[in-house]
Design a binder for this molecule. Sequence first.
Ligand code: ADP
Ligand code: MG
Length: 677
Amino acid sequence: MADKPRIPGATPAVAAKLEKLGLIRQADLVLHLPLRFEDETRVTPVADAMPGVPAQFDVTVVSSEIAYRPRRQLVCRAGDDSGTLLLRFLNFYPSQQKLLQPGARLRVFGEPRGGFWGTELVHPRFRVLHGDEALAEALTPVYPTTAGLGQGTLRRLIERALAEADLSETLPAPIVERFQLADFAASVHALHAPPPGLGPDALAAAQRPAWRRIAFDELLAQQISLRQAYAARRARGAPALAGDSALTDRLLELLPFRLTGAQERVWREIAADLAAPHPMQRLLQGDVGSGKTVVAALAMLRAVESGYQAALMAPTEILAEQHHRKLAAWLAPLGIEVAWLSGSQRKKEKQEAIGKVGAGETVLAVGTHALIEEGVEFARLGLAIVDEQHRFGVRQRLALKQKGGESHQLAMSATPIPRTLAMSYYADLDVSVLDELPPGRTPVVTKLVGEARRAEIVARVRRLCDEGQQAYWVCPLIEESEALQLKTAEETYAHLCAELPELKIGLVHGRLKPDAKAATMAAFAANEIQLLVATTVIEVGVDVPNASLMVIEHAERFGLAQLHQLRGRVGRGAAESACILLYAQPLSETARARLRIIYENADGFEIARQDLHLRGPGEFIGARQSGMPLLRFADLEDAALVDAARGAAEELLRRWPEHAERHRARWLGGRAELLKA
Ligand code: ADP
Ligand code: MG
């Protein structure tokens, strides 16, 4: 990269700070929009100061002294004809103290608040007045910034960018007209420098068309870049996996059940992708228990019957182990061996598995991250599947795909992506949805129970296990400390053992050795353990149909997706199932809202939609680890705008590709590296 400054007027030190804010080119500054404005266009008489309303005052210092209680601080009394107020500085330089001598005339800006000694301004911005000084003509924007980068510098650079950068229209007139978009240049000017004198509501109303334009543009740039990525992938080659159905047909015959209509449809979609000579990138979504594993097994067999290998990666040992067990059982009658790779496995076993996979002797592999470690090479990987894909970062997903050059990729997730998210962040994926549960399931009854009634719940567990059924007891989540989490789990286990001496009780948590963990899970699956006390390690994928009761202690501490996943562990057999959410009083507002949502909804999509609403998209998709640039201005709840941008992107790429490219470059040009990651 050339080291000449790309932002005119910025020193290298300033440029480094700007880069932290994602501002690399002068054009990026244009899209760095103010958080709010301060009104320095007028002076407010001291008597009119309103608590909480930032304002500017012209005052003369009356007294100035250092106070020591409650801590060292500089306290000035200053006033105008109408009254006086206190200026309070907790950190100050001797030079500042010198400026604040009695008699000094100041122009101060700050947020008044009521104090014991009357109105005060804490840490106001101030400057000494020499004679009559003109007021600002425009509102003063306040920009998001980073340590060491002052508002003054940012303002100066942004003002210059507004004058020098290319603000020309990127969109062709028909698009601007059809979606009734405000002009781009006018919009950024309106957002950086709105006219003074408007109240907050009037200002918001005046800026609304400009915000809509910016949000539309941002969504449009995202759509364009995702579609370009999609097209680039289609242009690459991958082996066409169009095998003869010999193995897949056998598996379907051997299964103890028939595929649901949804499973059949989804399998057809995947098979069609696999048969094409370019890499599939498909997301298989299905609520917990919808039967994704068997679809994965079919896809893996299709790779095998086409002469290729397939790999399945899961985020936890428990889940990977369970997949391995299930696939090995399904595929043994077909004479197919499934290699196992995990972090905790003995070195010798691992080397052996790696050797066989590398030589192409073993055609299927299941495992954890160990699958993507250095040294694991596939002879001819045709398909890579990632289960519970949201648990992995983008980099890990890519690493598995790259293990075999260009292979097909299938990601599976039980965390449904709300429609608008799927349309935006996931627009470069093809999506298949399992929207039907296998027959014979009874809906899970959810109950909210105060902790005071814990003894009743313990009695219920006893009765249920007496009748031959099984239960999970999920320990309180303690996010801050893993050590404390472990301790709590062990205490919960000890308590329940004392309360239910006649039951066989097991404990699983994250710190357990993988062998011990697997042994406990196997014992639970075989009903040798009746009550399984567990941390959230059982959250994903665990499948024991005879378990019909799930108790979650301190349910108020869990996230919605987590609760839904946990609840999905029961209701997998024919027995009437229940999920009991024990909660401690008092409940916070958000905890109450979360519990209500989980209580009122059984459908994962609806829960995810409400979760998105509660938490916002950033947290929802875990963007920090995904490396995807977040939308800064657009609101994904505005489905109409997301729809509009999607349609516009499609049309732009088809009819006006140069416009599309220019538009993408304006928004994402400086971030190209990120998008490629
Ligand atoms: P998930 O989508 O949550 O990964 P699984 O693949 O673990 O779901 O399937 C849940 C359970 O349903 C498993 O015990 C599986 O064998 C069973 N199952 C899958 N498909 C069917 C079907 N079509 N009919 C009956 N049971 C099925
Ligand atoms: Mg699963």
